[in-house]
Design a protein around this ligand. Structure first.
Ligand SMILES: O=C(O)CCC(=O)C1=CC=C[C@@H](O)[C@@H]1C(=O)O
Ligand SMILES: [Mg+2]
Length: 324
């Protein structure tokens, strides 16, 4: 059942939450939060996304707020720490916000930094994590095949769990996967799943060993669960740098999957300097809880987006609703 635009607008609130440090080029995370019969849900496509892409995120918000209640097969979900592109001297501070996490995802291949910077950041993480911790890196598709091969060789001594989206296209992923197979380092696909016309094409092409699955970009818990079942590959459920409400959607997706062998990228409330609830879904003992979020009216007011931005989001909601 799709709610009307008026029903959505009735409870919709727009917030602008500061980040503790810059992540994927932003310092503030804007999000629209809406209360449905199931509880609070989130609509927060990144601002540069077009309406067609954002409409899929709206379908996800509606699924979580109005759709079938997801089955919860686990009460908590193990999460990784997420390491933005920071100086090695700041790595310890970031890790301290992810208590109990045995896995760290390190962002690499940022346009403003070099491979040497990436190696230094990963080396620092390995030093602090010890030999038993797991380190994965995420290049967001920024490397060419040759750059990816060079980077994987330089980073391999720190023992990588996998490399996420080393190159942009599915064909490049096929080739880099072939080239690094002898190193035993798996390739994960993220953008090739969540931004592709066909999220299963990457699996069909044999271009990845595992998939990064995000609830909002894939149309919600129901749609994403189906994609996971059809892909037949191991998955990591990850966030879209959501507020605790969007993270709760991701946690419900992860909690309903029959297999969950990897720690999930759902600890990112720790990257936010503010949230919309007094009980945020922060990592505790290396995991987050699987539960709905009660919002705080006081926090919604305190972090309300400026009037012009709230208007922009309401117009975006209307355009995306018309596309459903
Ligand atoms: O997976 C994680 O550890 C955290 C989530 C994360 O890294 C991302 C969230 C939002 C946008 C993306 O650029 C980014 C990713 O590429 O996985
Ligand atoms: Mg990624």
């Amino acid at each position: 059942m799709t709610p009307t635009l008026a029903e959505l607008l009735d409870t919709a609130r727009v917030v602008a939450l500061p980040l503790r440090q810059r992540f994927r080029g932003i310092d503030t995370r804007e999000a629209m939060l809406i209360e449905g019969p199931n509880g609070w849900t989130e609509f927060s496509p990144f601002t540069e996304y077009d309406d067609a892409e954002a409409a899929t995120w709206l379908a996800a918000a509606i699924d979580f707020g109005w759709g079938p209640l997801p089955a919860v097969m686990r009460p908590t979900v193990r999460v990784n720490a997420t390491m933005p592109v920071v100086e090695p001297a700041r790595v310890a501070d970031v890790l301290a916000r992810f208590p109990g996490c045995r896995t760290v995802k390190v962002k690499v291949a940022d346009p403003g930094s070099t491979l040497a910077d990436d190696v230094a950041r990963v080396a620092k993480v390995r030093e602090l994590l010890g030999p038993d911790g797991r380190i994965r890196v995420d290049a967001n598709g920024a490397w060419t095949i040759d750059e990816a091969e060079r980077a994987v060789h330089a980073l391999a001594e720190y023992d990588l769990e996998y490399v996420e989206q080393p190159c942009a296209s599915v064909d490049e992923l096929v080739e880099i996967r072939r080239r690094i197979r002898h190193k035993g380092i798996p390739v994960a696909a993220d953008e090739s799943v969540r931004k592709a016309a066909d999220p299963l094409a990457v699996a069909r092409a044999g271009a990845a060993d595992l998939l990064v699955i995000k609830a909002q970009p894939l149309g919600g818990v129901t749609a994403a669960s189906r994609i996971v079942a059809e892909a037949g590959l191991p998955v990591v459920v990850s966030s879209a740098l959501d507020t605790s409400i969007g993270l709760s959607m991701g946690a419900h997706l992860a909690a309903g999957l029959p297999e969950l062998d990897y720690d999930c990228g759902l600890g990112t409330a720790a990257l936010l300097a503010a949230d919309v609830t007094d009980a945020p879904l922060l990592p505790e003992g290396g995991a987050i809880q699987v539960r709905r979020i009660e919002v705080s009216g006081e926090l919604l007011d305190r972090w309300a987006a400026p009037v012009d931005r709230a208007g922009w989001w309401r117009e975006r909601l209307a355009r995306c609703h018309a596309l459903l």
